[in-house]
Design a protein around this ligand. Structure first.
Ligand code: IMP
Ligand code: MG
Length: 176
């Protein structure tokens, strides 16, 4: 069983931070067309908010990679379940993710995409748990650094649920 323990980041705080990140990205990529890759399904809500706050020409791509099952511990194995629809060679790419945890998913994904020769590739994540890294990895645009707690809401799930919560909340697993 699980229960929502507390709100970690409120909807208002998320909104303000997304706006600030979008401002930063818009400055950095001024005059360019950016290919934004949304990592499904966790980043879907963040992606939708971020792209609408960008003052840039953008193209959307969607990828799906395997990470967790029903549990809260990473398996370490990464598989591409759905790839982008168009080549990224020569493009300025930003990978949009919900959270960096162990770093395994994104370090693998970034390496795979770099081999396709994009003009540039950066990482934008709304959440980051730096204390949980198994491999060294840094996001370029990070919304919030959070402690080692399992969070849900704003796109993040537990067993496929809670993605539609507006706040980022801490989930507690109980015995019964
Ligand atoms: P990593 O490969 O360990 O960095 O894991 C990244 C993926 O694990 C994210 O894209 C999430 O889908 C999932 N994940 C990691 N931490 C959490 C969490 O606290 N709540 C929900 N999903 C998480
Ligand atoms: Mg994810």
């Amino acid at each position: 069983m699980e229960r929502i323990k507390k709100v970690l980041i409120s909807e208002a705080d998320v909104k303000a931070r997304v706006k600030a990140l979008a401002g930063e990205i818009s400055e950095d990529y001024r005059g360019k067309t950016v290919t934004l890759i949304c990592i499904l399904s966790g980043a879907s809500i963040f992606f939708a908010d971020l792209v609408r706050a960008l003052d840039l020409d953008v193209r959307f791509e969607f990828m799906s990679v395997s990470s967790y099952g029903a549990g809260t511990v990473t398996s370490g194995e990464v598989k591409i379940l759905k790839d982008v629809n168009h080549p990224i060679a020569g493009k300025d790419v930003i990978i949009v993710e919900d959270i960096i945890d162990s770093g395994c998913t994104l370090s693998y994904l970034k390496r795979v995409l770099e081999q396709r020769n994009p003009a540039s590739i950066k990482i934008c994540t709304i959440l980051d748990k730096p204390s949980r890294r198994k491999v060294e990895f840094k996001g370029d645009y990070v919304g919030f650094e959070i402690p080692d707690e399992f969070v849900i809401g704003y796109g993040l799930d537990y067993d496929g649920k809670y993605r539609n919560l507006k706040d980022v909340c801490v989930l507690e697993l109980t015995e019964d």
